[in-house]
Design a protein around this ligand. Structure first.
Ligand code: FMN
Length: 305
């Protein structure tokens, strides 16, 4: 693909974000590439693995205790993407620190750990435990605080809607993370995302990740009922690209904080649209679940090779 003249970045160049140098600008999004442990033995023409050239893998969100997630079905595919209601199923911080993170370090996966909690103070405890375990790790680049998951009945849902609470969560994590990047994942399901982004930046976040999924619902016409047991889920994939572009643009124009863009990216062209708006990096979510080489292919196309 010939790249437009205005596009002068190289997706595989390292760049500084807060205290960390990230190895590239194309990342995978939380929850869409598991913990970054699987697929290392997968091959495709021209790629050593789906991780080739990635700037970071944002892990599945980890909570203080293990969670089994929401009742099935949890995922509904649509022509324009998917609606999910996974409910933050994860192994919990203890198992993550003892079993997952050391293996990510061994595999040299550039890692951003996504964290969620139900009490503000837990962000302090979780980041402190991370820092204690992984202070010497070279490939752990930072934390993405997930304040925005729309399909969990408790906790995170409210954190991301109030600027003062966003600031409090950021301050808790920042105090424990002097030498790692701190990102805040924002929900698009609010009237004024820029104010929340500004609150995160003013409280010490190095960047915001925007956007998480958009509230959605699908109806099963054979039963006349919503497909998902909890009715609503998080809509993602190509259908939300224009919404993500609009939210990122709103943040870029009103808040003075770097943006890592996420939402609807499945091609190099999609990614470039966010770079055109000023995003410092992008994350690939749902498209990565359909084809685990999507992000690596975008790196290759946007590296001028
Ligand atoms: C199945 C699934 C699970 C997800 N799990 C998480 C999660 O654990 N934490 C989080 O912050 N975002 C989660 N997300 C949201 C994605 O990281 C991303 O913000 C969203 O899907 C929009 O990007 P996309 O359109 O490229 O998928 C999940 C999305 C999907 C589809």
């Amino acid at each position: 693909m010939s790249l437009p003249q205005w596009f002068t970045l190289r997706a595989d160049d390292s760049f500084q974000l807060g205290p960390r140098l990230f190895p590239g600008r194309i990342w995978t999004a939380s929850g869409c590439f598991s913990y970054g442990l699987s697929g290392h033995d997968m091959k495709a023409p021209g790629f050593q693995s789906p991780y080739t050239g990635l700037g970071a893998v944002v892990t599945k969100t980890v909570t203080p205790q293990p969670r089994s997630g929401n009742p099935m079905p949890r995922l509904c595919e649509l022509p324009t993407g998917a609606i999910n209601s996974i409910g933050l199923e994860n192994v919990g911080l203890g198992a993550f620190l003892s079993e997952v993170l050391p293996r990510l370090e061994e595999l040299e996966v550039p890692t951003v750990v996504s964290l969620a909690a139900t009490v503000v103070e837990e962000f302090s405890e979780m980041t402190q435990r991370l820092q204690e375990k992984a202070a010497g790790f070279k490939h752990w680049h930072g934390v993405e605080v997930n304040l925005s998951c729309p399909n969990v009945a408790e906790g995170g849902h409210d954190f991301g809607r109030d600027p003062a609470t966003v600031a409090a969560c950021v301050a808790m994590a920042r105090a424990q993370l002097p030498d790692r990047a701190l990102l805040v994942k924002l929900t698009p399901n609010v009237a004024d995302i820029a104010t929340l982004a500004a609150a995160a930046g003013n409280a010490g976040a190095d960047a915001v990740s925007a956007i998480n999924t958009v509230v959605g619902l699908e109806v099963d016409l054979s039963t006349g009922r919503p497909v998902l047991p909890r009715r609503f889920g998080g809509y993602s994939g190509p259908g939300i690209l224009p919404i993500a572009l609009a939210k990122v643009d709103e943040i870029m124009s009103k808040a003075d904080v770097p943006v890592v863009a996420v939402g609807g990216i499945s091609t190099a062209e999609d990614a470039m649209k966010f770079f055109a708006l000023g995003a410092v990096a992008v994350q690939v979510g749902t498209a990565q679940m359909r084809d685990p080489f999507t992000a690596a292919a975008i790196v290759r196309e946007l590296s001028g090779d």
